[in-house]
Write a protein that binds this ligand. Sequence first.
Ligand code: MG
Length: 309
Amino acid sequence: MDQTLLASLRVVALPMKTKFRGIQTREVALIQGEFGWGEFSPFLEYDDAESAPWLASAIEAATQPKPELYRAEVSVNGTIPALNDVQDLERIINSFPGVKTFKVKVGSDVSQDLQRLDLIRSIRPDAVIRIDVNGLWSVDEAEIFLNSVGEIEYVEQPCATIEELRELKKRVDVKIVGDEVLRKAKDPFNVDLSGAINFLMLKVHPLGGIKRAHKLAEHHNLPVVVSSALESAVGINYGLILAASFQDMNFDCGLGTGSLMAKNVADLPIVDGKITIADVVPNFDGLDVSADRYEWWKNRIMRTSELLN
Ligand SMILES: [Mg+2]
């Protein structure tokens, strides 16, 4: 990896408003190159092999020109963590101004999940609801839930494996989005998604950058929706660029997760349900990690860069 890129490294800790994915503080590493800032922020438990595409994406963002864009702003969904306190839900829903679509985390408790969806529908009766299961259900569990959930736009990764998704797709009419099935694959080009999903979830960092995400979309030949991985404003902006680089984008994208953070390196406001792509210049004031966390991230980057060629 280029030493000047490594020398530009900053690592920040962003406090969350609400615990999400078990995380209260999101640590992200940022590098600056000729074409701006790139983000490297695999979750802390990911090993170096799983982190490698994230680093490829960060390097691409910092060192490559941006693609042609078809729009300057991107419609986003609100992302709702798995919680059922009405006041918390209202506060979170209201932190996505003008957003009409909500992606709700479900999968760990059927009655709590259904209650959460009821509460959201009572707070926002006109909302479009999509659910994300992160592969937690068996085919039978998915079938029963999807038959009792009422109208939803789609279900994201209801079951873990391609075989289960294919079986489920035969049993239900609900549209299925594949996320982990691509993102967690050792080689996402070498998975056969035929008959298993309707739409492909693209996340720019875990999939190795904008060029590779486009190649994956072409390879699998499915409509796409773009989402994020709880990145800082730098990484979210790169996701917005990916979303805007597709001529056809028929879904609200999961790029509104900045609303879950109490502090960020830049402001990418949601206005009327949309975020405008920006030239993000991060403000690091008060966000830098301790010296030992900085060393941890720097070592992680140096190890991970050995895996790129
Ligand atoms: Mg997902």
